[in-house]
Design a protein around this ligand. Structure first.
Ligand code: S3P
Length: 166
């Protein structure tokens, strides 16, 4: 069976939904960020701080390649995975790409609860930063064949929408 691959911006619920969706379908769940932390022995924040974003993206591409070669998974991707066309091609080959979205204000509220997003950890207004990044990435997230707005929904609500689509 093809992998179910969740894509979308930070704070749209990919990890929470992915975990619940995997349980619902009796599949294994894999999170690209967790996998990067496992293979490098560093946190995402440490990789950005010590090695820089370019190094993070190459670690990410290696992890994506390995995951894309497997089957039957539910995969939660980091928000920047689809910026690399090679990652998209690999994931599409053996997977259904499902997009998760949310309004910038909702994303802002969600990401403020956790302070582990280096790309949002910059001086200035976080909401403005989110809006700018989102605008620049809209096209990349449009590769999803089905998209759910997670704004007004519970995790289970999102899971049911995805299951109904599949
Ligand atoms: C990133 C999103 C993060 C993580 C890294 C970069 C991005 O993952 O991969 O901080 O470029 O959007 P989440 O989407 O799980 O927060």
């Amino acid at each position: 069976m093809k992998n179910i691959v969740l894509i979308g911006f930070m704070g749209t619920g990919k990890s929470a939904v992915g975990r619940r969706l995997a349980a619902r379908l009796g599949r294994e769940f894999v999170d690209t960020d967790e996998e990067i932390e496992r293979v490098t022995g560093k946190t995402i924040a440490q990789i950005f701080a010590r090695d820089g974003e370019i190094r993070f993206r190459s670690e990410e591409a290696l992890v994506v390649k390995k995951i894309a070669a497997r089957e039957n998974l539910v995969v939660a991707t980091g928000g920047g995975v689809v910026l690399n066309p090679e990652n998209v091609r690999a994931l599409q080959k053996n997977g259904v790409l499902i997009g998760l979205t949310a309004a910038p204000e909702i994303i802002c509220r969600r990401v403020k609860r956790k302070r582990n997003r280096p790309l949002l950890n910059v001086p200035g207004d976080v909401l403005e930063r989110i809006k700018t990044l989102l605008a620049g990435r809209a096209e990349a997230y449009a590769v999803a064949e089905f998209t759910v707005d997670t704004g007004g929904l519970t995790v289970d609500g999102v899971v049911e929408r995805i299951v109904a689509y599949l």
